[in-house]
Design a protein around this ligand. Structure first.
Ligand SMILES: C[S@@+](CC[C@H](N)C(=O)[O-])C[C@H]1O[C@@H](n2cnc3c(N)ncnc32)[C@H](O)[C@@H]1O
Length: 192
């Protein structure tokens, strides 16, 4: 089955990410899925940088690995078969405050099981950890969807989380598909 057309807000997120990422940087893809965002991040940080990509589905990491291998960038990326809510325990401790960008493209795996979706509690736990990993000036990119079961609740939880953050400078873009939050970190929370 062909994948749905990529949303324009995905392109906007990539534009913003390109302004903060440079060769040698460290980036995190919190939802690897079919690997489009992981590949984009790998292209920005190569040569010399590293992308850490998380997903709970082996088939997502296999698709991501295949995409990276075809582009000759597999060695730039560490794939983690784990929920993003556990990212802190899977990453080297010295990454705190050093990561240039973290991306979340929430929801389900296109072409996969639509019941295996991101969920508000684990998404919020991961957002807290992501903001502690980012360096000042780093970018947190979150695309959240409302069309699937549980999507509205997750979108509301994400909106409330961003509304409560004081250390972020956040652009919000709505669309008939996703809502995009593109947030620059200007003050890292001490207790995150
Ligand atoms: C919309 S897809 C991601 C699309 C991907 N960024 C791309 O470029 O193809 C969402 C992904 O989140 C994954 N996911 C669901 N819960 C997760 C969790 N707790 N931690 C990490 N990934 C999760 C799903 O398995 C799915 O592959």
């Amino acid at each position: 089955m062909p994948e749905p057309r990529r949303q324009p807000l995905t392109a906007l997120a990539h534009q913003r990410l390109a302004t903060v990422l440079a060769p040698g940087d460290i980036a995190i893809d919190a939802t690897a899925g079919n690997g489009h965002d992981t590949l984009f991040l790998a292209r920005q940080i190569a040569p010399g940088g590293r992308v850490h990509a998380f997903d709970i589905q082996p088939q997502a990491l296999e698709a991501t690995h295949e995409r990276l291998a075809q582009a000759g960038l597999a060695e730039r990326v560490t794939l983690h078969l784990a929920g993003h809510e556990k990212m802190r325990e899977h990453l080297p401790a010295d990454l705190a405050g050093r990561v240039a960008a973290v991306t979340f493209n929430l929801g389900y795996l296109p072409g996969g099981d639509h019941g295996l979706v991101t969920r508000p509690d684990t998404t919020l736990a991961a957002l807290v950890q992501a903001s502690a990993l980012l360096r000042p000036g780093g970018l947190l990119s979150v695309l959240v969807y409302r069309g699937h079961a549980g999507g509205r609740e997750e979108a509301e939880a994400v909106a409330n989380w961003f509304a409560g953050q004081t250390g972020l400078d956040t652009e919000v873009h709505d669309s008939p598909g996703p809502i995009a939050y593109l947030a620059r970190i200007f003050h890292r929370p001490h207790n995150a």
